[in-house]
Design a protein around this ligand. Structure first.
Ligand code: C2E
Ligand code: MG
Ligand code: MG
Ligand code: MG
Length: 289
């Protein structure tokens, strides 16, 4: 009896795995077509200094314009391919597209740094640094400091030695590094000493409830304190309201990004947005403590 149960379970498990595998293969096939049919697109979300209202750059965020499903957010496809080598192909497409855009803005007289999200597989891939410098060399009017890479805290600590080495080389090349979704990746604090990053990006989940949840407020304050102690810059993501922005500035986090400032937008909307951008009434000029 128990033997049969065991065998049934294995059969179920194998079938399940085969189904998952088939789904992944199908998704990758569709995405390969998406690339060749030009259905991938980058949206850009501004990052600003909430104290001075200066725009400090934009983050590139991937979208898939699927003729059948419309605009598909990255959460609906990237997580499924993140361990597959195809995600490196996508990552290279994103790098090239973002740099091409920065180069185009530059030739129109606008200097706007771009941040690109890099997944763990891409970061730890042996070709990564070469491919970054190759892409940069294609766009002669874009210097490395106009490209920032955002790495999930969890990706950076997964293989800390290798990640630290790659990030150090990025730094040497003049490419700034942010630790994204900071506070969610369980990094041991002494890792912070070893990671050659410039910026901690406070995860939006802490910002969302910081005004009502004391625990979240404590985490936000803690990250700002760590950033100060370790001489990182700090930026808050998910800033949706004026009181959140004001409180962050008072706590010493002047850089922010979020729907309360601007939603991610198609490339052709960025320059018009820049022209019209004014700090919301009551924003800016906060005295930081
Ligand atoms: P992320 O890098 O942490 O990006 C922030 C996400 O929060 C974006 O979602 C953005 O649209 C959203 N967001 C920004 N401000 C607000 C706000 O005020 N409120 C709320 N509720 N959300 C806000 P998106 O574009 O759906 O991207 C989700 C995640 O997918 C990104 O998180 C990033 O981890 C990943 N991703 C996006 N594009 C790429 C890419 O080109 N390559 C890689 N490897 N990952 C990417
Ligand atoms: Mg990011
Ligand atoms: Mg994030
Ligand atoms: Mg995130």
């Amino acid at each position: 009896q128990s033997k049969r149960n065991g065998r049934d379970r294995i059969t179920w498990f194998d079938t399940h795995r085969e189904q998952e595998q088939a789904k992944l293969t199908e998704l990758i096939k569709r995405m390969e077509l998406a690339v060749s049919h030009d259905e991938l697109e980058l949206f850009y979300q501004p990052k600003v200094n909430m104290e001075t209202c200066e725009v400090i750059g934009v983050e590139a965020l991937l979208r898939w314009r699927d003729p059948e499903r419309g605009l598909v957010p990255p959460g609906d496809f990237l997580p499924f391919i993140e361990e597959h080598p195809f995600s490196i192909t996508i990552g290279n497409w994103v790098l090239n597209e973002a740099l091409k855009q920065v180069s185009e803005w530059r030739s129109q007289g606008v200097e706007l740094p771009v941040s690109v999200n890099i997944n763990a597989l891409q970061l730890l891939d042996n070709q990564f640094l070469d491919s970054v410098s190759t892409h940069l060399s294609h766009y002669t009017n874009v210097s490395p400091k106009y490209l920032e890479i955002e790495v999930l805290e969890s990706a950076a600590i997964g293989e800390i030695h290798k990640a630290a080495d790659v990030l150090a080389k990025c730094k040497k090349m003049g490419i700034p590094v942010s630790l994204d979704d900071f506070g969610t990746g369980y990094a041991a604090l002494d890792y912070l000493k070893r990671l050659p990053a410039q910026t901690l990006k406070i995860d939006q989940s802490f910002v969302r409830d910081m005004l009502t949840d004391e625990g979240d407020l404590a985490i936000v304050k803690g990250i700002i304190g760590l950033a100060k102690a370790f001489r990182f810059e700090v930026i808050a993501e998910g800033v949706e309201t004026e009181p959140q922005g004001k409180t962050l500035v008072e706590l010493g986090c002047v850089l922010g990004q979020g729907y309360g400032i601007a939603k991610p937008m198609p490339a052709n909307e960025v320059l018009p947005w820049l022209k019209n951008w004014k700090c919301p009434e009551g924003w800016g000029g906060y005295e930081s403590l």
